[in-house]
Ligand binder design. Structure first.
Ligand code: UDP
Length: 247
């Protein structure tokens, strides 16, 4: 998020480098139940982002000192593969992945009925196979579909998308160039049935009006993503019911 580049990110007609208008998100594709050996799973593409989420549990919580006698805990691991970005990412956890894992688990705790499973752990693994900005949102979107696919009782599923500012324009769903050279990035995740915000971050600078506009754009897009998440789960459910499952 440097805010400086010679590259024109938005042209005179308001068109972005990937051909989108300011209020358009990238193509989204969601598939539920893509892994045989996890309790639940999902694959999400948001533009060039490719993300896999796998869920295990509820199962006995290890290490045991993390157990909560009143509810299950959600343990989340967000991991960016070494090959997911053009400059090889050093494998293993770093400050960024620890932060994203924490905020993802905190968002998911708002919808999972953890009180039904005292002392248990629900483990969520998010693997970023290919990154192009917006991976924390794609990861959270995938994780909530994977939790539903695992049959874990939830109040709702969570869609997430970012909006931000580049070349002085408020834009929905920044791509990597817009994220790197833009002025601000605002990831948002909501509970669609109540419009409660479960994740809101901001990197960079915007005026209050620009921030409100960015949040409005992201809210609208979250509702669109929500429909795509539900469609993916319905498709998965009819495949299981029809006996089309891999196993
Ligand atoms: N990125 C990268 N190497 C890193 C971290 C990030 O190339 O070690 C790129 C990647 O494309 C990522 C983007 O920078 O999607 C924006 O990263 P940010 O921290 O803003 O998180 P995100 O937008 O992916 O949630």
């Amino acid at each position: 998020m440097s805010g400086h580049t010679d590259m024109v990110l938005v042209d005179d007609d308001g068109i972005r480098i990937d051909g989108r208008k300011a209020d358009e998100h990238r193509r989204v594709h969601i598939e539920a139940g893509v892994l045989n050996n996890a309790d639940g799973s999902a694959y999400v593409e948001m533009g060039k982002n490719k993300v896999l989420a796998a869920v295990y549990g509820p199962r006995e919580c290890h290490p045991r000192h993390l157990q909560d006698p009143t509810k299950a805990i959600i343990q989340c691991k967000y991991n960016m593969e070494a090959f997911s970005v053009s400059d090889r990412k050093r494998p293993g956890p770093d400050r960024r992945s620890v932060e994203i894992s924490k905020i993802t688990a905190e968002a998911l705790e708002k919808v999972v009925l953890t009180e039904l499973y005292p002392r248990a752990s629900i483990d969520v693994y998010i693997e970023i196979l290919q990154a192009n900005a917006g991976t924390r949102c794609a990861g959270l979107t995938a994780a909530s579909v994977a939790l539903a696919d695992a049959g874990i009782p939830m109040r709702d599923i969570i869609p997430a998308i970012a909006a931000g500012k580049a070349d002085g324009h408020v834009l929905l769903d920044l791509n990597k160039e817009e994220d790197n050279y833009g002025q601000a990035d605002v990831p948002l995740a909501i509970i669609p049935s109540t419009d409660e915000i479960v994740l809101l971050q901001m990197d960079g600078d915007m005026t209050r009006e620009e921030f409100d506009h960015a949040v409005d754009l992201a809210f609208g897009a979250c509702h669109e993503l929500y429909d795509i998440q539900k469609e993916a789960l319905k498709k998965r459910y009819s495949a299981v019911k029809g006996g089309d499952e891999d196993e």
